[in-house]
Ligand binder design. Structure first.
Ligand code: SPV
Ligand code: MG
Length: 324
């Protein structure tokens, strides 16, 4: 019997190699019988926080990653910048990560290159949407031209042929976003059926068109949704509609924006940090989140005694500096 080897992540998490990890990724990301939830992450910090909160899978959001890098979500960030950030998200959380691959950053060739790179950096899956390059955020007003069905199906096939079952492929349908009726969404879903799941997106504030799609589609493939606009629809309704996965697509980023904005305006107005201190994370929370204790432990195992006491002296000085 082959014993699965273990890979150790940089933060001290370890995870078993395939096949059980591949199965686990598949079920967390989109393909179990239970409704699952993916929390947005845009960097190693947001990924680590989501993991500590108890999420079992993450959404590497294009909007959030672009914004945290200071770009607009209009394919201003490059595919390799996306891969770099996803590498940090995977590493700092150890969770399965479904990556927002937009339309694949070009044609079938760019899409398969992206998918191969994401597989290499440890992502669990990719969503590819039937939009045209460069794409703008789906929830922004204005025109959203769709890719032709035959051309986009070729992009999906190229990705599947490249990564097979090593990376989950979610085909994302943007036809409701572009203003089409349900028939268009259904014929696209049928054309994309070589994928592992279908993400159906909507910009309505009620889930009516999503649920109409789910009824007609009858779970031929698992259905993934992004209820950013129809956030009042409860999870129980998604379960009744036999939705497979809900993506909370941008909420860590929006929380961070609100928090940073508030702290910046208080500090500039008060010329002091005294009043905000009790409202923000402590330094010890940061040390705990990123397992500094593991580093101390590793120093005792791997550093010679002489270097260890130098390190200890240095970090005590640093710590006193922070407290004084
Ligand atoms: C993202 O998070 O970048 C998404 C979801 O693609 S949405 O912003 O709704 O298009
Ligand atoms: Mg996106």
């Amino acid at each position: 019997m082959q014993v699965p080897s273990a890979s150790v992540l940089a933060n001290g998490h370890s995870r078993p190699a395939s096949p059980s990890f591949a199965e686990m990724k598949r079920s967390q990301v989109c393909c179990s019988g239970e409704l699952s939830f993916l929390m947005e992450a845009h960097d190693g910090l947001s990924a680590a926080i989501a993991e500590r909160a108890g999420f079992k899978g993450l959404w590497a959001s294009g909007l959030s990653i672009a914004s945290s890098l200071g770009y607009r979500e209009a394919n201003e960030a490059s595919w390799s910048q996306l891969v770099d950030v996803v590498g940090r998200i995977v590493n700092s959380s150890g969770l399965p990560v479904l990556v927002d691959g937009d339309g694949g950053f070009g044609n079938f060739n760019n899409a398969r290159l992206l998918a191969r790179s994401l597989r290499q950096c440890g992502a669990a899956g990719i969503t590819l949407e039937d939009s045209c390059f460069p794409k703008k955020n789906s929830l922004l007003g204005g025109r959203h031209p769709l890719a032709a069905i035959d051309e986009f199906s070729g992009r999906l096939r190229a990705v599947k042929d490249t990564v097979a079952d090593d990376l989950i492929l979610v085909a994302r349908i943007e036809s409701f976003i572009a203003g089409h009726e349900i028939e268009e969404a259904l014929s696209r879903a049928h054309a994309y059926a070589g994928s592992d799941a279908i993400l159906i997106h909507s910009r309505r504030t009620a889930a009516d068109e999503i649920f109409a799609f789910a009824r007609a589609w009858q779970n031929r493939l698992p259905v993934v949704i992004v209820p950013t606009k129809y956030y009042r629809t409860p999870a129980s309704a998604h379960r009744r509609a036999r939705i497979s996965t809900v993506i909370w697509a941008n909420h860590s980023l929006r929380a961070a924006i609100a928090g940073m904005r508030q702290v910046c305006s208080r500090i500039i107005a008060e010329e002091s940090t005294a009043s905000i201190e009790p409202t923000i994370a402590t330094l010890n929370e940061i040390f705990e989140l990123f397992r500094y204790d593991e580093l101390t432990h590793a120093e005792t195992r791997y550093l010679p005694e002489r270097r260890r006491s130098e390190c200890h002296e240095q970090s005590s000085n640093d710590f006193e500096g922070l407290l004084s």
